[in-house]
Design a protein around this ligand. Structure first.
Ligand code: GLN
Length: 464
């Protein structure tokens, strides 16, 4: 039986009643996961479609009807969207029951879910630890068995890193593959809707449902969506003919040797499955974090201007208009969001624009070009670790820069716009390790096939 069939079997068995039973076990209480910010107990889903009756959770920065969309921020507390995000609408059309909105770092800024105005999310595998971020609530909901498919969003790793920390699968599609209509903007040139799944097949099925051109998003690509749900044949060498690149910059000497070891084992499994593994180089990788932390805050400073208490945002009254803006914004936003707005405004200001923003754009183009060159050289898919660490403890990482380094291996795919995913490749001290696959633009199907082959190979013999 192929993995895809296994996945849909599991999906069929996991109905809305099972979701609420799991939800009631894990969500509330002092030790509860705090993975959800809102629920819809009336959701039953449709009777037909690939997700008929399947419970699905949605990150709280995707506009939904019937439940608030807060982005984990006080400034949007209670905000009811008058329309629904395209990705959410497509889930409903496929029969899914949208059971709730998941907790997240405020405006998707963070890597631990500790930046939510509504409290952190706990990692279901170890409640003293973070689930990763910023889509931590969706990742925790899947890892805890509340749902088997959930939507997240990605600007620099916010689906892949929590997927790695929670031991599940997370896919960030090609920029343009999924409509961003109704995804609250953080950094529009980097933002993507992404999908979590308990297995590769389930994540791929979720992506299949939400992918495709949308006239409501001018950056959505008019590119046909191929069959994405993998079906791995019974052959011993399903990956024969594929070349997997191992970018040396993602395996520095400083990499945790236990994570390096999990990656090495994954690469040898890929070879056993018939793939050729080849060392490649993406020389500008080391510049990705500084470039990301110029471009993302710059775009955020512009996108978040709309929360002024007039157009959007819970208004804090004052005597003058200026004071009203100031109180609304300083009272409504948390520290990390304020830090990003200040940083973004600074790098865009006259005198600094050329020194920072323009240079960052040039380096971003270089990073994208290096990916294109590696893929043009005959490499089909790249393999790397997803994150430099396993899930850390709540409160353990307090320095913002150290937190930013959590995304060191993931921001590159957002800068280049290429699809990437994380899948579990074993554990270290009982905590899951994620392996990352990256593919050329619109190469999701190949990437997912490689992931499914690994998953199938490990079904009988879980990687330790
Ligand atoms: N952790 C990164 C940030 O804080 C990425 C977040 C994301 O992908 N939304 O910007």
């Amino acid at each position: 039986m192929s993995r895809a069939e296994v996945s849909s079997d599991a999906l069929r068995r996991h109905d809305v009643a099972a979701a609420w039973a799991a939800y009631d076990r894990v969500q509330a209480g002092p030790d509860g996961l705090n993975a959800f910010l809102a629920t819809d107990r009336s959701a039953t889903g449709g009777e037909v479609g690939p997700l008929a009756g399947v419970p699905v959770a949605v990150k709280d920065n995707l506009a939904t009807l019937g439940m608030p969309t807060t982005c984990g921020s006080r400034v949007l507390a209670g905000y009811m969207s008058p329309f629904e995000a395209t990705a959410v609408r497509k889930l409903r059309e496929a029969g899914a029951a949208i059971i709730g909105k998941t907790n997240m770092d405020e405006f998707a800024m963070g890597s631990s879910n500790e930046n939510s105005a509504f409290g952190p999310v706990r990692n279901p595998l170890d409640r003293e630890r973070v689930p990763g971020g910023s889509s931590g609530g969706s990742a925790a909901a899947v890892a805890a068995g509340v749902v088997r498919v959930a939507l997240g969003s990605e600007t620099g790793g916010s689906v892949r890193q929590p997927a790695a920390f929670c031991g599940i699968v997370g896919i960030k599609p090609t920029y343009g593959r999924v409509s961003r209509y109704g995804l609250v903007a953080y950094a529009s040139s980097l933002d993507n809707v992404g999908v979590f799944g308990a297995t590769v097949g389930e994540a791929a099925l979720g992506l299949q449902v939400i992918a495709g051109h949308d006239r409501f998003d001018s950056t959505s690509a008019n590119v046909p969506v191929p069959a994405l749900v993998p079906s791995v044949g019974p052959g011993k060498q399903p990956l024969a003919g594929l070349v997997i690149g191992r970018p040396i910059e993602y395996f520095p000497d400083s990499l945790d040797p236990r994570i390096a070891d999990r990656c090495a084992r994954t690469l040898s499994t890929l070879q056993e499955l018939g793939a050729e593994v080849r060392d490649v180089s993406l020389p500008s990788t080391g510049l990705a974090i500084p470039v990301y932390y110029i471009i993302a805050p710059a775009e955020a400073s512009s996108n978040l201007a709309r929360y002024d208490g007039v157009r959007y945002g819970v208004r804090v009254a004052a005597d003058t208009l200026g004071e009203m803006y100031e109180r609304t914004r300083s009272g409504g936003f948390g520290d990390e969001v304020i830090r990003r707005i200040l940083l973004g405004t600074y790098v865009l200001s006259a005198g600094y624009y050329d020194a920072y923003y323009r240079r960052a754009q040039a380096v971003r183009a270089l990073i994208a070009q290096e990916f294109a060159q590696v893929f043009a050289s005959g490499v089909h898919v790249l393999f790397t670790p997803t994150a430099p660490t396993t899930a850390f403890k709540l409160g353990e990482v307090s320095d913002p820069y150290e937190m930013y380094l959590s995304d060191i291996f993931t921001v590159t795919a957002n800068l280049a716009g290429v699809p990437a995913m994380s899948l579990p490749i074993g554990s270290v001290d009982g905590l899951p390790v994620g392996g990352q696959l990256m593919a050329p633009h619109f190469g999701e199907a190949t990437m997912v096939t490689v992931a499914a082959a690994l998953e199938t190979a490990w079904q009988s013999e879980a990687p330790q």
